[in-house]
Structures are given as C-alpha cells and as structure tokens.
Design a protein around this ligand. Sequence first.
Ligand code: TMP
Ligand code: ASP
Length: 245
Amino acid sequence: MSSSTTESVSRGSELYRGKAKTVYHCDDSSRLVLHFRNDTSAFDGGKVDQLNRKGEVNNRINAFVMEKLAAAGVPTHFDRLLSAEESLVKRLDMLPVECVVRNIAAGSLCKRLGVEEGLELETPLFEFFLKNDELHDPMINDHHIRLFGWGTQEQIDEMQRQTLAVNDVLKPMFADIGILLVDYKLEFGMYEGKLLLGDEFTPDGCRLWDAETRKKLDKDRFRRDMGGVVEAYEEVARRLGVPLD
Ligand code: TMP
Ligand code: ASP
C-alpha cells in the first residue's frame, strides 16, 4: 500500500471484497478500513476493468463529500482518510437496499419507462433497489422492505429523509462548479441504534454532467466505452477543490 498516514491504524484481515472496494478489519472493532481499488465494474459485474488512479481519486472525492455532508448535518460513517486509497469508517450493520434520487432522467428510469434521457424532473424522484447483483438490483418499494424484513418503517422513512437531504446539500454544491447532479445511489447502515450513511459517494455511483456541454463526468463513460473515465473523475475532483497527489 501507498502512503504514510496509517501510523495509528493497521489494516487487519479482509472482511469483504466488493467490486471496487475491499473492507478490512482493524484494531478498533468499532471501525473498518475501506480500500478503494482501481477495479471498475458495471452491469452488476458483467463488465470489469482496472483504471489507473481511480482508487485514489474516488477515495479523496468520497472523503470530501462525506465531510461536506457531515458538516451539513447528514450523519455518515466516515471517520478520516488513512492514505491515498484508504479511509477509516465506522463499522455499520448495512441494510441490503440502495436508495436512488434522480433530478434528471437517465439510466434505468429511461429504459423502464421510456422517458427521454435529459428530461428535468419537476421534483427529485426517490427509488429503492434491492442490493443483489444476481437479480440485477431489482426495483422494490417500502412494502417489499417491510414484508421481507430488509428494514423497518422507521428505517425506510429515515433513509428517504437522509437521501433527499443529501440532494439539498450536493445539488447546489455541484451547481456552483458547473456540474448537474443527475442522480445518485446511497447505502445506509445502523451504528449504535442510529441510521448512518455508509458506502461511498463517488462518480462510480452517481451521474454528473457538465452543465454547459452535458459532457458525462461519471461511470457512464465506462459503461458506454467513451474513454477518459479517470480524467473525468479528476475533473470533478479539480472543480470541487479536492487535492490530488
Ligand atoms: P440506474 O439508472 O442504473 O437505476 O442508476 C441510478 C443511479 O444510481 C446511477 O447514478 C448509478 C447508481 N447506481 C449504482 O451505482 N449502483 C447500483 O447498483 C444502482 C442500482 C444504481
Ligand atoms: N454498480 C453496479 C455495478 O457495478 C451497477 C452499475 O454500475 O452498472 O455492477
């Protein structure tokens, strides 16, 4: 591993290897180490590649965004950056659902409903998906979540409230740097009885378009073989003022 700032936290055994991040135990059982890898995956693992520097760029963008959210009153798992590609987070008990908010129609919404890509939605649209690659993350609603025990009504309400609160912080933040926040996906988990934002916020899990040109600055560049994926993520980092090595 790169970098030098891990003096008080040593990475322990592997807990979970996802498609783009690996999660490790550490000395403190209330914390985990997230390692943002260069691996990039789309279509539920159907398309994979290694993109040089993506791990570092995403780790740093995620730290920046999580700190903004915490400062705005959205509770998150983020603790601190450990190194170029690693962050320390609180250990959550994750809910197996993905929360999506859309401001502009794109992706699966267009496929599902025949809506034209780029249509501006009058109000933010909230959707739940089940986190399950084999089933291709099917869309679900609050009835499914309660019935199958994936979450309580209180957790459902809180996930919706916090996901929409994130929009109130991030949509204007991106607008200020000439970027449209088209949509994004968040995941939540429980920590000491409280629901906290977990996982990540990076261009891997959202759509960001240049406001003037509508150039895509997110993982759709990878999904659609457009090239310049990490360069686009670096452009987002640069405009946000996120320091890169
Ligand atoms: P979708 O258009 O494919 O439903 O995705 C909406 C947004 O959520 C998009 O920014 C990508 C993100 N997303 C993920 O990152 N992972 C997922 O598993 C899903 C369902 C969505
Ligand atoms: N995040 C999911 C995956 O990596 C879906 C996608 O991005 O297409 O497979």
